[in-house]
Design a protein around this ligand. Structure first.
Ligand code: SF4
Length: 396
């Protein structure tokens, strides 16, 4: 393990999203206890200049030591319920330093006092240290654990993710959280072109995830942003996979600021991924079962509509009517949100009541202009059903 230089700073505020809730991971509040990451994954895009992480990404670690107190102060006056995400693109909350700093553990003790759901992203089995408190929070308000895992081959893991836990250890994390009744998703990103994206290895990978019963898999491709991230990754390829160097160099030769690969390869990759997800009946979206009851009703309806549009589109259904519904609903929701955001005297639970009134009175149909979707949303919200993202049906 590389010797770490700790830089203690105080975070001013946890991040709050005042707009529409994210449709990939639907959190409203977010913080990360660290900046920089000891896991040192070769593909990590947190190294890119865009994120302004100063010093050596793996050694100069910013430690936000005041997070437990800050979360205590801010949660006590929170106006709107929503999921708190403990994550970041430039660190892992459970990288080795957490073992001595214990910031996540102390923050969870604070969160336990407030009835707010959380989600945590990690590659580390250190999260098992906190499994008891996470189980208690899950029983009260809900927890989703997202484990980052992209291949089953241990030799790939030790090269590309040199100081993260082994594949076997991460699989154990998933199983243990599932045994405790906690929702687990897998962040399957990035699939590395020519190295971890063969049909056989991906088939084995998704088959394993189906066997252990993950709730969803969020897939992603490798991006290489020009600059530090791309240079470090390509150096590793030159040294360890010399035969692949020129192929990868060509694939990322457009040097787009986003680091995206050539679209022809990318399209084929996603086709393969969606085919396998279908084959193994795994949701690629954060499923309704994991967010129902954890979000305000207006966010739940928003996510359902956006996800339905995406899911039916993937099935080849014409989603133009759904696009109209989403547009009309979003116009209404954004208008209402800006009113509630501006006036601190208003309570967001009133916005939920307003939506319930619309659903009971027929006003929701006027709002979205689509009978079928109106019936569907009424059934989900008023009869407390769960929409299954794989079978596309409602369950009690
Ligand atoms: S664990 Fe995540 S944040 Fe840390 S180096 Fe790996 S990819 Fe980057």
């Amino acid at each position: 393990m590389k010797k770490v230089r700790k830089h203690y700073i105080d975070l001013k505020s946890i991040s709050k999203n005042r707009g529409l809730v994210g449709d990939l991971f639907p959190s409203r509040y977010r913080f990360s206890p660290y900046r920089g990451c000891q896991h040192g994954c070769r593909y990590c895009d947190g190294r890119a200049e865009k994120y302004y992480v100063e010093g050596d990404f793996e050694k100069d670690i910013v430690v936000r030591k005041n997070i437990p107190q800050l979360v205590e102060e801010e949660l006590s006056s929170i106006r709107e319920k929503g999921i708190i995400s403990i994550s970041s693109g430039v660190s892992d909350p459970y990288h080795p330093l957490e073992e001595e700093e214990r910031i996540v553990e102390r923050t969870l003790q604070v969160i336990e006092k407030y009835n707010l759901p959380i989600s945590i992203m990690t590659k580390s089995s250190l999260i098992l240290r906190d499994i008891d408190i996470l189980e208690r929070i899950n029983k009260k308000s809900g927890v989703t654990v997202m484990v980052s895992l992209t291949f089953l081959d241990e030799s790939l893991a030790s090269f590309f993710e040199p100081r993260a836990n082994s594949v076997e250890e991460r699989l154990t994390v998933i199983k243990k959280f599932k045994e405790r009744g906690i929702g687990v998703g897998v962040l399957a990103m990035p699939f590395i072109p020519y190295i971890s994206d063969s049909k056989e290895s991906m088939d084995e990978f998704f088959s394993k995830l189906e066997e252990i019963g993950v709730d969803f898999v969020s897939p992603g491709d490798l991006t290489l942003r020009p600059g530090k991230q791309k240079e470090l990754f390509m150096e590793g390829i030159r040294a360890n996979y010399p035969a692949l160097y020129s192929k990868l160099n060509y694939l990322y030769g457009e040097n787009r600021p986003s680091g995206i690969m050539r679209s022809s390869y990318r399209n084929k990759l996603y086709k393969k991924i969606y085919h396998l997800l279908d084959q193994y009946s795994i949701s690629y979206l954060f499923p309704h079962s994991l967010y129902k009851g954890k979000l305000p009703l207006y966010d739940e309806v928003y996510l359902l509509l956006v996800h339905m549009k995406e899911l039916y589109y993937r099935k080849g259904v014409d989603v133009k009517p759904l696009e109209v519904v989403v547009k009309r609903y979003v116009n209404w929701l954004e208008g209402e949100r800006s009113k509630f955001n501006r006036r601190r005297s208003l309570n967001y639970t009133d916005l939920e009541q307003e939506l319930l009134f619309l659903l009971h009175s027929g006003g929701f149909l006027d709002l979205i202009g689509n009978k079928k979707v109106n019936e569907f949303i009424k059934e989900i919200i008023l009869e407390e059903k769960v929409f299954d993202y794989v079978s596309l049906s409602n369950k009690a």
